[in-house]
Write a protein that binds this ligand. Structure first.
Ligand code: AMP
Length: 315
């Protein structure tokens, strides 16, 4: 399909790109590595399905695209270069989101170190954490929650060690007072306790919990709370941080999914995350506060002494 709009010729995805290979599968569809025919530039094409009965592009999709466009101005959010229209085999309209191509993600990066037995150098962990906090602070500053931060959707450039947040498809603009959100969509291991306990009002603190879990995982190369059910996930958290009570977390026993749980007292973080320097443990503990309003914000985290020695000029 070739359309002339004004003087610009708009090409469909098929006409503009050579698909090279499938590189991943996201929540919304397949991701391909592709070459832009006109420039030879390598990009990532993310195919997003549109609902069968929708005529044209649904407003929610358009809204997500405009949010993505706005957020991708930040160097730590994966850059949305373009949006192209295409057709699938059945002749249905599909949208291709064209992103800058990133050669790895944090999940693969951590796995490489786990397999070799080496630790991730502390300066690398520090730099990655700073970039993550910066990207999250940017999203939060624009009123956007990610809600599904995990190593798998933190993309990286191996050469420059740049980290970029991806898969903002689930992100939604929110206004204060906070709206209710369903909580089925988050990955368990990085899920905040208030979400697991059925809180109806989420805040930016849910992302900071995920950031904390990612921080610990960078240091130990193992997931901090690898639960395989919602209950097991909570028990993992309680075993390390102590079973919460009204004193530690006012209102906790009023949350929808609250039950009686085995009683554990808090363990020291330095045992669970050995090899992390003192300042890092302090930052981690502030990210792992039970009470969401007490949890450190991304912006405050960037100012934490843990990052004092980091050369931030290229970040
Ligand atoms: P997502 O739907 O964003 O979770 O993407 C699923 C997978 O596709 C990711 O884990 C990556 O392996 C890959 N992927 C997504 N976006 C890109 C990109 N911009 N560059 C390279 N690979 C990507």
């Amino acid at each position: 399909m070739e359309k002339t709009g004004g003087i610009a010729v708009v090409l469909s995805a098929k006409e503009a790109f050579d698909k090279l290979e499938k590189v991943g599968e996201g929540t919304y569809g397949k991701v391909y590595r592709a070459r832009e025919k006109a420039t030879g530039k390598i990009v990532a094409l993310k195919k997003t399905r549109l609902h069968e009965d929708d005529e044209g592009v649904p407003p929610t999709t358009l809204r997500e695209i405009s949010i993505l466009r706005m957020l991708s101005r930040d160097p730590h959010v994966v850059r949305l270069l373009d949006v192209k229209q295409g057709q699938n085999k059945e002749g249905k309209t599909v949208l291709y989101l064209v992103f800058e191509y990133m050669d790895t993600d944090l999940k693969k990066f951590i796995r490489t170190f786990r397999q070799s037995g080496d630790n991730i150098p502390p300066t690398i962990t520090k730099s990655l954490m700073y970039q993550l906090c910066k990207g999250v602070a940017f999203c939060h500053g624009h009123g956007i929650l990610h809600r599904d931060l995990k190593p798998h959707n933190l993309l990286m450039d191996r050469k420059t060690m740049m980290l970029k947040i991806a898969d903002l498809g689930l992100a939604r603009a929110f206004t204060v007072p906070l709206k209710k959100y369903t909580h089925e969509i988050l990955t368990l291991w990085y899920r905040a306790p208030e979400v697991l306990l059925g809180a109806t009002h989420y805040s930016m603190a849910v992302d900071m919990w995920s950031v904390a879990c990612i921080f610990a995982e960078l240091v130990t190369k193992q997931a901090l709370f690898p639960g395989d059910s919602e209950l097991q996930q909570l028990l993992h958290i309680f075993r390390l941080l102590g079973t919460p009570n009204e004193e530690m977390w006012p209102g906790v026993s009023k949350l929808m999914n609250w039950h009686e749980y085995p009683q554990w007292s808090p363990q020291s973080l330095s045992k669970a995350v050995p090899n992390l320097e003192e300042a890092g443990l302090d930052l981690l503990s502030q990210m792992l506060q039970y009470e969401p309003s007490k949890r450190i914000s991304a912006k405050k985290a960037m100012e934490h002494p843990y990052f004092d020695g980091l050369d931030k000029t290229n970040l």
